[in-house]
Ligand binder design. Structure first.
Ligand code: HSE
Length: 429
């Protein structure tokens, strides 16, 4: 029977999850593919982390011992972070090794260079585990939907943010308390600003959109807003109007150009993504022949993410050992177009004005909305304590982002209206 050696670099949450998976289910590669996978070496800067649990395992401290080993054709990078992970992946590709990674931040930043290098070296850089943990969504867009044109992807791609919004909605919890809970449950990034300010979702949607639309999308150009401004009062008002707050990452082609955004959106309660709770992730894809399809699951965690690493390993084994032909090409990173300008996208909006209590405030708000051609659907003033500013909520008909932004800027320049007034976008199914 064929034997394939692999090297694992990094033994943190995902690395140890992958180890457990191979111990328990490694036999499945033998049964299904007729190949013995041998975990030849693990590189870990703290070898005791591995050896205390698995004393017979071959552990090295320096990842170069895996990169330099000619008998290891597949390297699994699970160290996270940017600098060392970049060095690992680049040097492995240069040595002609296939690489599997879960590192979305690194791929979003250096993916164009690394995918190009992989193509030049005729090896694969696989990354299923980097987008939505255990949901096999890269395989879906690259393989399962190959006969379709993907028109729109929208999803909840950050478990931490979804957990926080769920707890704020269902338990009337404050943002900080909900964040602490999420961190203690172990799915937040080391730097949670990536979770709550939308950066992690921007990394994931730009990778997914790049593969779906066949062109490299720079995550730094994506409209990216997080959930840090959302208050329990806004959530309560949205709920009483039939909406639920979710951090939505989305991508669609408008006039042939990708429009890619991340922001806290209001979803009608009947939207398929509205019922996705806690740390779950979900991706909703519209494509021309399959129509709408929804993928739901665990977006983080050692075991779920390890499942996607194993999926990539299965693909590589089929390719290099069984020499299956017809592998789907990797992303063409030199193919780029300007993103569709998000300022031209139209949404319904939920404005939240924080205002003084005096005559003329409503007149300023409604007058400036009208001057910008924005049609009001409903107005609600939430005002419990006369000594405090009032909360004026205004729902409006669809308007272009640039008009909504201009109206907001003009309104907050009016006397008596706070600069922290804001709007949220409403996403229809
Ligand atoms: N921190 C991410 C999340 C998990 O909360 O979804 C890893 O992508």
């Amino acid at each position: 029977m064929e034997r394939v050696k692999i090297g694992l670099i990094g033994f943190g949450t995902v690395g140890s999850g992958f180890y457990s998976l191979m111990e328990k289910n490694g036999i499945r590669f033998k049964e299904k593919l007729g190949v013995n996978i041998e975990l030849a070496k693990i590189a870990e800067i703290e070898p005791d982390k591995v050896l205390s649990a698995f004393p017979n395992q071959k552990v090295v401290q320096n990842f170069k011992e895996i990169i330099e080993d000619p008998d290891i054709p597949i390297v699994i990078e699970l160290v996270g972070g940017i600098d060392t992970a970049y060095e690992i992946i680049k040097s492995a590709l240069l040595k002609g090794k296939h690489v599997i990674t879960a590192n979305k931040a690194l791929l979003a930043l250096h993916g164009d260079e690394l995918f190009r290098l992989a193509r030049e070296k005729r090896v694969k850089l696989k990354f299923e585990a980097s987008v939505c943990g255990g949901i096999p969504i890269i395989k879906v867009v690259r393989e399962s939907l190959i006969g379709n044109r993907v028109e729109r992807i929208s999803g909840i791609m950050n478990g931490t943010a979804n957990y926080i919004l769920t707890r704020m909605t269902e338990e009337q919890m404050g943002f900080q308390e909900a964040l602490r809970e999420a961190q203690s449950r172990g799915f937040a990034e080391r730097d949670p600003s990536l979770d709550v300010e939308g950066g992690d979702s921007a990394h994931k949607i730009s990778l997914l959109a790049s593969f779906s639309f066949g062109q490299w999308i720079d995550y730094r150009k994506v409209l990216c807003e997080g959930i840090t401004t959302v208050t329990p009062e806004e959530i309560e008002f949205a709920s009483s109007s039939g909406f639920i707050f979710k951090l939505i990452a989305s991508a669609e082609l408008i006039n042939g150009r990708p429009a890619v955004t991340v922001f806290p959106a209001l979803l009608p309660k009947e939207h398929p993504l509205a019922s996705v709770r806690n740390e779950s992730n979900a991706v909703f894809i519209s494509s021309d022949f399959a129509g709408p399809s929804l993928y739901l699951g665990r977006g983080a965690g050692g075991n779920a993410t390890a499942s996607s690493v194993a999926s990539d390993l299965g693909d590589l084994v089929q390719r290099i050992v069984l020499k299956t032909k017809g592998d789907i090409a990797q992303i063409e990173t030199s193919n780029r177009s300007e993103l569709y300008p998000y300022q031209d996208i139209s949404y319904r909006y939920f404005f939240h004005f924080i205002t003084e209590n005096r005559p003329g405030i409503w007149a300023a708000v409604t007058g400036l909305l009208a001057e910008n051609g924005i049609n009001i659907e409903s107005v609600h003033q939430k005002w419990e304590d006369r000594s405090k500013p009032s909360n004026l909520y205004v729902l409006v008909d669809p308007a272009e982002e640039k008009k909504a932004k201009k109206a907001l800027n003009e309104i907050v320049s009016s006397q008596g209206i706070s600069e922290s007034s804001r709007f949220y976008r409403i996403i229809q199914p």
